[in-house]
Design a binder for this molecule. Structure first.
Ligand code: GLV
Ligand code: MN
Ligand code: MN
Length: 418
């Protein structure tokens, strides 16, 4: 066990997690923090205060990705970064993303307080909009950083109120050139993200550290079904073209298709908008969101193909006009042996039990993987709960994750241990 890395100051981290959870548009214990809202902006200011109080450099790019920097003594070498997100889906918890942000900050503070002098610059990145809540697209910040989305497509995204991404970011005070956000290959030597598992495996097996070997491929689509609407009392049942009944059929078909596609497959309809939404009107237009994931990219593509076909068949049988629009179709990620090795060595140093696993939640790490070697550290969370207010990770679990993150960063950055 390294004498240079004393125990994590976990009370400080827990106090900051609690403090950050108050920046929320839902009543505690739920957290809602949506991109570019006043609440999101206030949370960002809180993080900036913490970073500056710890004497780190802070800068923000043209969409609000924020970078906390600790210059190394070899600034000519590619940097080593950690990071995660602070936005929170509606009525969720206080740990998703936040553990990687505040745990990452703690890892940097701890290394410095213990006298570590990094060779490579160390960075903590707080990514803008990992969650798809506002614009229907997740990982906006890391997509743009890594060149996975073109600027016109990004600017054109619209939220439920019709506000474009471009209007929203300018209203939030981010006016810089979008083209400047893109980062080059070679800028980072490695990236490692600390995150709660968001599933039950680590807790059920009594494992402290999950070492992520890959992330599942995910596709998001928007589907619309349109009929003619009408009066709920006067249009006979046999002459209706009700898109909500078609949507119900499609949702059931989606569940069946995922169940038949094996344990690595998941498919979810999480959003449904019904127009005009009157109890005595037959619906005229229904919009559904579709989220399809599989650890195998080819299988994921096959699931999406099947659902495209099923949508067309249901629409034809029910005399509906339909559209099936892919919002994003992302590759699966394989983590780098450089980062996996560093995390393994760090966990071994502290005699922490580890398990290698694949993530079916997606993360900014997927997109950082397009520009540098990447990996992830998972810690257990109670009952695997996530995206709900009951989400919880214990101080002990967080401390172990921060310790392993700090040692992984020190190993990847190189430097002088006191
Ligand atoms: C991110 O929260 C995801 O949907 O996996
Ligand atoms: Mn999430
Ligand atoms: Mn997350």
């Amino acid at each position: 066990m390294s004498a240079s890395l004393a125990a994590v100051r976990i009370d400080r981290v827990i106090a900051e997690i609690e403090q950050l959870s108050h920046f929320s548009d839902a009543a505690a214990p739920a957290v809602t923090r949506v991109l570019y809202t006043p609440t999101d902006m206030a949370a960002r200011r809180y993080l900036q205060e913490l970073a500056l109080a710890a004497n780190f450099e802070w800068h923000t790019d043209a969409i609000g990705n924020s970078f906390i920097r600790w210059p190394g003594n070899r600034p000519d070498l590619p940097a080593v970064a950690t990071g995660s997100h602070m936005d929170a889906v509606p009525f969720s918890g206080k740990y998703d993303g936040v553990v990687g942000v505040l745990g990452g900050l703690e890892a940097l503070r701890m290394l410095r307080e213990r006298g570590f002098v990094p060779q490579r610059t160390l960075e903590l990145i707080i990514f803008t909009a990992e969650e798809p809540t506002r614009f229907g697209l997740g990982c906006i910040g890391s997509r743009l950083l890594s060149g996975a989305i073109d600027l016109a497509a990004l600017q054109a995204l619209r939220d439920a109120d019709g506000t474009s991404f471009e209007e929203a970011r300018r209203a939030a005070g981010f006016n810089g050139d979008l083209g400047s956000v893109r980062l080059s290959h070679g800028l980072y030597h490695a990236f490692v993200e600390l995150h709660i598992e968001q599933g039950p495996v680590l807790e059920s097996k009594g494992i402290a550290i999950g070492i992520v070997t890959g992330v599942a491929a995910s596709t998001t689509a928007q589907i619309t079904l349109e009929g003619r609407g009408g009066h709920a009392g006067t249009v006979p049942m046999d002459s209706r073209d009700d898109p909500l009944v078609g949507a119900a059929e499609l949702i059931l078909a989606t569940e069946q298709m995922a169940l038949k596609s094996g344990a690595d497959a998941v498919a979810t309809v999480g959003k449904l908008a019904v127009h005009p939404g009157a109890s005595n009107s037959i619906p005229r237009l229904v919009q559904l969101s579709l989220d399809v994931r599989h650890t195998d990219e080819v299988m994921r593509d096959d699931m999406v193909r099947q659902l495209t076909q099923t949508t067309a068949t249901i629409a034809q049988q029910r005399r509906l006009v339909h559209s099936f629009q892919i919002v994003n179709s992302d590759p699966s990620l394989r983590c780098s042996s450089l980062v996996v090795g560093a995390v393994e060595a760090a966990a071994e140093k502290w005699a922490l039990p580890v398990l290698k696993l694949v993530s079916r939640a997606y993360h900014d790490t997927v997109f950082m993987g397009a520009i540098c070697p990447v990996g992830m550290i998972f810690i257990p969370c109670r009952h695997g709960y996530s995206h709900r207010p009951e989400e919880y990770a214990s101080p002990e679990a967080i401390a172990a994750g921060v310790q392993v993150l700090a040692d992984s960063l020190a190993e990847l950055a190189g430097g002088i241990q006191p």
